[in-house]
Design a protein around this ligand. Structure first.
Ligand code: SME
Length: 166
């Protein structure tokens, strides 16, 4: 295998299943959202070699058209990302504004990508919703390889995120 992204889809599925089992055991009865978010980031970040930066950007209740940095693991992340009409920034802003998962195969080809760390080459951003359906946050995962994320990552991360805020 040439790089960390050469993990097979079967291996990805197995690891996501293990992470979900661990998450269920650890946070199922925990209502505190910070405890749930940090635990999820820790488990995901250490489960996959290709997860280089793993974190949440939260909708800021004081400025609801802006995301602010939340729990993360990895190198220094930028603090704020706007996503209001006419001022959408970056992959995180695009996912927050559309409410849809965004997979970026090559960050250099994504107009407006925000480069917090020049080693990041590909990324996936998954929206996280509150039980009332409003946007709560986005999950951002970056890899140092091109094309690390696929529909297996999307399906599993969307499932994990659908259980995040209770
Ligand atoms: N690349 C993201 C910004 C966050 S960092 O990667 C941690 C973006 O374009 O939204």
């Amino acid at each position: 295998m040439d790089n960390q992204s050469d993990i097979t889809t079967a291996s990805k599925k197995t690891i996501y299943k293990e992470v979900m089992t661990q998450l269920a055991a650890i946070i199922q009865d925990e209502k505190n959202v910070t405890a749930r978010l940090v635990t999820t980031i820790c488990l995901l970040h250490h489960a996959f070699d290709y997860y280089y930066w793993t974190g949440f950007y939260l909708v800021d209740p004081d400025t609801p058209d802006e995301l602010v940095i939340g729990p993360y693991q990895g190198t220094l992340g930028c603090l704020r990302i706007p996503f209001g009409e006419g001022r959408v920034k970056g992959v995180c802003g695009a996912a927050a504004a559309s409410g849809q998962t965004v997979i970026v195969e090559d960050v250099h080809a994504f107009p407006g990508h925000i480069s917090c760390d020049s080693r990041s080459q590909s990324e996936i951003v998954v929206p996280v919703f509150s039980p009332d359906g409003s946007l709560f946050a986005v999950l951002d995962v970056d890899s140092t390889d091109i094309g690390s994320f696929c529909d297996v990552d999307q399906a599993n991360l969307e499932l994990i995120m659908s259980r995040m805020v209770v």
